[in-house]
Design a protein around this ligand. Structure first.
Ligand code: PLP
Length: 348
């Protein structure tokens, strides 16, 4: 595998940051409606939230156009990625994914005994679906696709992906992580959920952590076939880790269209600002469909992180495709200005 992340020297000592651009969080959220719902429901926290969770599941099922039996909830989608990995790979096998990819499911799969079969992204940063299909063998238990992809912020064409998932899921389940899909304009949000409606063994993960700004409130879900969810939930229950106020916050967040639109618009404005700033510095970047973007750095990753952190700007650094990369999340415009000021000091 080519993928490597540079980690700060001592992650236990988290520095004070003026611009926290290292975790793809929404700088504007949670939505005011979600905060209100969270506060108002806190006094109900002496009770388990099963009834309320079921209301949320119904609401999501209606939104996704599936039945409630096709939804599994988790405290963030991480929980669902990791539970899926534990259940699918507890007897070994391999997971096919792009390289680089979002590593949460893959790392857990490896930890319980699976091997990772990484397939490099193509030159245009899309998934090499042909090579991924060829990489599937008798030991492959799951294919993982993150679209748009993290850490690259890039997209694979929805029509090609639909075709891939539809065909490949006849042999092996395909997990599609759509954490950032909501950052696309509505008409461009081509989810793979329709495949579940057609009875295909595709698992789609979505989260309230990103466009809804609820990373710290922890709500996410997957949409999948009832049998597939049954396989996972036989071993480890969904939904048990979500607090009652978070359930109410998620329901309110779904209704706050104005906040979602604001997040999408301001995120796109910040991306444009960063593109222009990088252009001026003569740095090439990878155009992004998400709330973060990457660009190559002519510097050792740890040195880069250390220097940016000294200037109180938090970013991430990776190595893949033979280069070092910075991944910067879109914060507020003020934070992006701090970022570009720090970058011009560090990279000269
Ligand atoms: N999937 C992707 C692609 C992500 O980037 C993240 C978070 O950064 C997650 C899943 C997990 O987020 P959460 O557990 O907050 O839903």
């Amino acid at each position: 595998p080519f993928f490597k992340e540079y980690l700060p020297k001592n992650p236990a000592v988290l520095p004070e940051l003026s611009a926290k651009l290292n975790a793809n969080e929404n700088p504007y959220g949670p939505s005011p409606m979600a905060v209100e719902a969270f506060k108002n429901s806190a006094t109900g926290g002496n009770r388990y939230a099963w009834k309320e969770l079921f209301q949320l599941v119904e609401k999501i099922a209606t939104y996704e156009g599936v039945e409630s039996k096709n939804i599994m909830m988790g405290p963030g989608s991480s929980d669902l990625l990791e539970k899926t990995a534990m259940v699918f790979f507890m007897n070994g096998g391999n997971v096919v994914s792009a390289d680089p990819a979002y590593m949460s499911l893959i790392r857990v799969a490896e930890s319980v005994g699976a091997t990772w079969k990484p397939v490099p992204l193509k030159d245009d940063w899309s998934h090499d679906l042909k090579a991924m299909e060829e990489a599937i063998d008798d030991d492959t238990k799951l294919v993982y696709i993150c679209n748009p992809n993290n850490p690259t912020g890039t997209m694979t064409d929805a029509t090609e992906l639909l075709d891939f998932c539809s065909r490949v899921s006849e042999k092996v389940p395909v997990f599609v992580d759509e954490a950032y899909l909501w950052f696309l304009e509505e008409e461009d949000q081509k989810s793979m959920v329709d495949l579940v409606k057609e009875g295909k063994d595709v698992i789609i993960a979505r989260t309230y952590s990103k466009i809804h700004g609820m990373a710290g409130l922890r709500v996410g879900y997957v949409v999948a076939l009832e049998e597939t969810l049954g396989r996972i939930q036989k071993i480890t229950r969904g939904g048990m880790g979500i607090t009652l106020p978070s359930v109410y916050a998620a329901m309110a967040a779904m209704d706050d269209a104005a906040f979602i639109e604001k997040s999408r618009t301001l995120n796109a404005e910040c991306r444009e600002y960063v593109y222009k700033s990088l252009d001026k510095m003569g740095i090439e970047y990878v155009p992004s469909y998400t709330s973060f973007l990457i660009f190559p750095i002519e510097m050792q990753g740890n040195d880069f992180l250390e220097k940016m952190t000294e200037l109180k700007v938090g970013v991430r650094a990776f190595q893949f495709m033979g280069k070092n990369w910075c991944r910067v999340s879109m914060g507020t415009m003020d934070e992006m200005k701090m970022f570009t000021a720090a970058l011009s000091k560090v990279l000269v």
